[in-house]
Design a protein around this ligand. Structure first.
Ligand SMILES: [Ca+2]
Ligand SMILES: [Ca+2]
Ligand SMILES: [Ca+2]
Length: 616
């Protein structure tokens, strides 16, 4: 399969395809042959061998232009059987120095705290009401200033950018040009600058990769409406309406100009046909292109929907086979590149994708819901059950944790708007095993529910005009609570704020390997309102204790039947977060403890993180 990816006919075919994928401004359709760019101008110049340095970025900026700005519509018919050649030779992308590299044998992403950014809503640098790449660059220092000694920044060290390519929609999940940057967000050279500025600060960057479908305005699909088009077989067609429905009972067969096409999400998002090797080859090329722009990996949108077997539409063996083939492809380009799959499903089906031969990570939706449930009802059992059942299904730490994302109601909207509940949810997230992802604005407790645009509303930076997001009318109304202290500036100055809590937790996670890569054991508490988790690595042992309830709890005790402590040894319990006087601990005969009382009283919604220091 891997060989087949490269047993390719002619480079000129690929050049034709590159030219055909212009942005929204490109003339739809694929007219008759015209002057083609000389093949020699593309391949050699894009053969980069290292991730971008400042000079590399400059070089990429100048050479990458043909991929997005080539003359529109200069294709000749593509023989239906032909597999297009790669536009760029397979060259290894070297690892970037100065970024998280991995601890205790685990990959770099286990040292990361990811931050999901919707560029349109983050920060508007040019006063048009729409967030953009230069706006994100301007705010990087607030996310991580690159100085480990300073703790005024939030401290995240990896970004997930929701789609940044040209698209007719505001959200970008229906792509018209897989090689481009949405002009509302900036240019490819802005993107290169973002990568360079982020990497300089020790921040890695992954981008959304929308493999499953395109926009119905994508030139490939516009052409494919013609049954004679070489692109016809890039999509999934039926002469008549097969009639069966999708995974949510939705209509998935949509009338085209001739026949019906399959689109699991909507008629404006036709599914690509991965049974056609030309499609796989093309998307391999897209992946290669973005790795060579310096991205550190991809969040795979709708990962479970890739290949259907008739009316069997999710998690099919063919989808898994495709990822098995995809893995050696992208790892050969950059062994450090990460993939994290969106597989919104029950955990056994999610875990199938990350057993080592397909994706690196997948989001644990079940655990996310359980963290929220425990925070909402003030009881630990939901989170304890989900963690104990889910985590062992993955390889150690190889799953992505989160509370909510851009498709869900915002965390605080699910928690009755109470920042205290947001705090305990954040403690569970950021002390748990796995790779944590924070959705922008979650750290200040932004609200947003019911509609997607409200869940993706502009970031609230200050109490000033338009929350400091823009000087113009914002693309989407800003949540009005920005003026009542719910903004980055006010919360950063308040040591009791939700933002300050996130910031403290993130910096603790970065300072303590046990929180990032350590093994874990759930600890039994005498109160059902208390969540307690032990994390331990070769170097240290940390105990997290969370009072999920609004009541002060006196006399709560903790027990662990067997654990990693030295039998009979005494431990000083040094508070890293919260806490008052130390309450030292004596290990039991099995390395656990029994009836340990970490504090006389656990205040309402309090989080305590203790470092258990062995005493001589
Ligand atoms: Ca703008
Ligand atoms: Ca810093
Ligand atoms: Ca599909």
């Amino acid at each position: 399969m891997k060989t087949a990816r490269w047993s390719l006919k002619t480079l000129s075919v690929a050049v034709i395809l590159l030219a055909a994928c212009g942005g929204p401004a490109a003339t739809p359709g694929l007219p008759s042959p015209a002057a083609l760019p000389p093949t020699a101008t593309l391949a050699p110049t894009l053969a980069v061998t290292a991730a971008p340095s400042a000079t590399m970025v400059a070089a990429l900026t100048s050479v990458a232009a043909p991929a997005t700005a080539g003359p529109a519509g200069t294709a000749s018919p593509l023989p239906a059987s032909a597999t297009p050649a790669p536009t760029i030779p397979p060259t290894l992308v070297a690892p970037v120095t100065g970024l998280p590299r991995g601890t205790d044998g685990l990959p770099w992403w286990n040292d990361a705290v990811f931050y999901e950014v919707f560029v349109r809503s983050f920060y508007d640098s040019n006063g048009d009401g729409t967030g953009d790449l230069n706006g994100l660059i301007a705010k990087l220092d607030t996310l991580n200033d690159g100085n480990p000694a300073s703790t005024t920044d939030l401290g995240v060290n990896a970004l997930w950018l929701m789609p940044v390519s040209p698209s007719p929609s505001y959200h970008g999940y229906d792509v018209t040009d897989f090689y481009g940057i949405n002009p509302q967000y900036g240019s490819l050279s802005d993107f290169h600058r973002l990568i360079a500025e982020a990497h300089q600060r020790g921040i890695r960057v992954i981008i959304d990769l929308v493999l499953n479908h395109t926009s119905d305005q994508n030139p490939w699909f516009v052409s494919a409406e013609d049954p004679q088009s070489p692109y016809r077989n890039w999509f999934v067609w039926s002469k008549t309406d097969p009639g069966w429905l999708g995974p949510w009972g939705e209509v998935v067969w949509h009338p085209g100009k001739v026949g019906f096409y399959y689109g699991v999400f909507s008629s404006s998002m036709p599914d690509l046909n991965y049974r056609n090797p030309a499609v796989t080859s093309k998307m391999d090329d897209v992946v290669r292109f973005w790795l060579q722009q310096g991205v550190d990996g991809f969040r795979l949108d709708a990962a479970k929907h890739l290949i259907e077997i008739g009316s069997e539409q999710t998690d099919t063996p063919d989808t898994h086979a495709w990822y098995k083939s995809f893995r050696p492809f992208y790892k050969a380009l950059n062994p450090q590149a990460v993939t994290v799959g969106e597989v919104q499903d029950i955990t056994p089906l999610v875990a199938d994708y990350v057993q080592g031969d397909q994706l690196d990570l997948a989001f644990d939706f079940n655990l996310a819901g359980a963290f929220i449930t425990s925070a909402r009802v003030g009881q630990a059992d939901a989170a304890e059950q989900a963690l104990s059942i889910d985590a062992p299904q993955f390889k150690p730490g190889q799953f992505a944790t989160f509370l909510s994302n851009h498709d869900q109601n915002r965390v605080l909207s699910q928690l009755a708007g109470k920042p205290d509940k947001g705090k305990v949810a954040a403690t569970m997230l950021l002390t748990a095993p796995g790779v944590p992802f924070i959705y922008y604005g979650e750290e200040i407790g932004m609200l947003g529910l019911d509609t997607d645009p409200q869940r993706r509303a502009p970031m609230q930076w200050s109490a000033g005009l338009n929350a400091g997001f823009t000087t113009a009318a914002p693309w989407e109304p800003i949540q009005p609570d920005y003026a009542q202290g719910k903004n980055v500036a006010d919360e950063a100055a308040d040591p009791t704020s939700l933002f300050s809590h996130y910031r403290a937790l993130i910096h603790l996670r970065e300072q303590h390997a046990a929180l990032r890569v350590g093994d874990w054991k759930l600890v039994q508490a005498s109160s059902p309102a208390v969540y307690a988790l032990l994390r331990f690595s070769p170097g240290e042992t940390l105990l997290t204790v969370v009072n999920l309830s609004g009541d002060a709890l006196a006399g709560c005790t903790l027990s662990l039947a067997a654990g990693p402590l030295r039998a009979g040894a005494s431990y000083r319990a040094a508070p890293l977060l919260g806490g008052g006087p130390d309450a030292d601990l004596t290990a039991g005969p099995q390395g656990g403890f029994d009836g340990y009382q970490p504090a006389a009283t656990l205040p309402p919604y309090s989080s305590l993180i203790l470092q258990l220091q062995p005493q001589p």
